[in-house]
Write a protein that binds this ligand. Sequence first.
Ligand code: 5GP
Ligand code: ZN
Length: 113
Amino acid sequence: MDDCLFCKILNGEIPSTKVFENENVYAFKDINPMASEHYLFIHREHTKNVNDMSSHPEQLAQIFQAISLFTQESSLEENGFRVVTNVNRNGGQTVFHTHFHVLGGEPLKGFGS
Ligand code: 5GP
Ligand code: ZN
């Protein structure tokens, strides 16, 4: 997608701080962290949100396998973390390339805590 911020991050046009990558998935630090650790996991194939990605279920599996590998290699899994994906206006989605926020590094507020 020509005009997609995260496609530009994927092709290196816009710099990012990589924390994980494999042939399908790329993950980088969020520029405006909402927790002491805040990463964005994206697929190299452009889709606009998780519902769109659901037409390609292998992409969902690849993303969550990447999150699993990454969090097991750090202290995130042991200490706990949260995965969030926002969809459209009421969900607060601002970048329309499917992405999964991985948040942790401290006790997270909300959703029952
Ligand atoms: P959304 O609001 O769509 O769920 O999440 C978009 C996320 O992308 C936000 O948390 C925002 O801080 C992050 N973001 C926006 N622009 C950039 C950028 O240029 N670089 C990085 N690393 N993150 C960005
Ligand atoms: Zn894109």
